[in-house]
Design a binder for this molecule. Structure first.
Ligand code: ZN
Length: 302
């Protein structure tokens, strides 16, 4: 009797029995997707992000503990468009979880849910260093697209867990409405950015520019994924001066030294945006966009 009692306690602690277990275990590649999945899933899901907001999502270490997360997942949500091609396939294979392999019932490529930008016509050669061969994957910088992702995630969660389906769909709707309200506030606060010429470090502002109406005229990386070199940096400074560029934007996971030199030479300002939602620290997706807006505001104030 005593041993049996101990076993029950152990099993409960391990989450094997009782109501503590979430209905769906969701794993996302990036913390932005995790924050959206959490908003949609509420108390019925347990969400884990494989990458941190301080990591460049193109280059994540495929550590074995990440494969363990995937082994237990009911649903994998990824950004797609080759963003994770350098590390996710290895983890999927190592997880031995059939559901989350490409085409599986628990595999959701979120790029299928949003209108894409930067899709090049014809054959693109990855060997030349371009890490955005199938279209630009940085769409989570646009809250309008995040709302579409939320709706798609809710539909898939409802398929996997029909008993909570209505709840997922209602949560996605509420998320989208809240985001829309904030969007108007953010857009009004960043009116000054409309039509402005901006320099970006990486080709990651395509959707942010599309949302806020600014124009990215040149990148510090000569090609997406290729670090800046002195010759190209000199060209960027010259180009920026000629075009009167007053703002440069980069993510916090890139080094700031070169960017600081560039803005100093041009008499411009640098906005360093968070690389993603600090999901592990409890930040929401809305909180992340708000941070981006605040930093852009600070760098564009007269
Ligand atoms: Zn990129």
């Amino acid at each position: 009797m005593q041993i049996r009692g101990i076993l029950v306690v152990l099993a409960t602690l391990l989450g094997l029995v009782g109501s503590a277990r979430a209905d769906l275990k969701v794993v996302t590649t990036t913390p932005d997707l995790a924050a959206v999945a959490q908003a949609v899933g509420g108390g019925h899901v347990q969400v884990t992000a494989l990458a941190l907001s301080t990591q460049d999502p193109h280059f994540v270490d495929a550590r074995p503990n990440l494969a363990l997360e995937l082994a237990k997942a009911d649903l994998l949500v990824l950004v797609g468009l080759d963003l994770e091609v350098g590390w996710l396939p290895t983890l999927q294979t190592a997880s031995r979880n059939a559901d989350i392999q490409r085409g599986g019932k628990g595999y959701l490529d979120a790029s299928s849910l949003v209108p894409l930008l930067g899709v090049l016509a014809g054959k693109v050669d990855r060997s030349q260093g371009d890490i955005h061969p199938g279209g630009n994957p940085h769409y989570m910088y646009d809250p309008r697209r995040a709302a579409k992702v939320a709706a798609g995630v809710a539909r898939r969660m409802a398929e996997l867990d029909p008993s909570n389906g209505q709840g997922y769909l209602a949560n996605a709707k509420a998320f989208s409405e809240k985001l829309q309200k904030w969007q108007r506030h953010w857009e009004a606060g960043l009116k000054q950015l409309k039509g402005r010429k901006v320099i970006a470090y990486h080709q990651s502002l395509t959707y942010l520019a599309d949302w806020l109406g600014f124009e990215v005229v040149i990148h510090l990386e000569p090609k997406p994924g290729i670090p800046p070199n002195p010759g190209h940096v000199a060209r960027v400074i010259e180009f920026g001066k000629q075009n009167g560029v007053k703002l440069m934007v980069q993510e916090s996971y890139y080094p700031v030294k070169t960017s600081e030199l560039v803005v100093q030479k041009m008499g411009a300002k640098l906005a360093v945006l968070p690389g993603g939602t600090n999901f592990q620290g409890g930040e929401s997706y809305l909180g992340f966009v708000d941070q981006c807006v605040k930093r852009l505001t600070a760098a564009t104030q007269p």
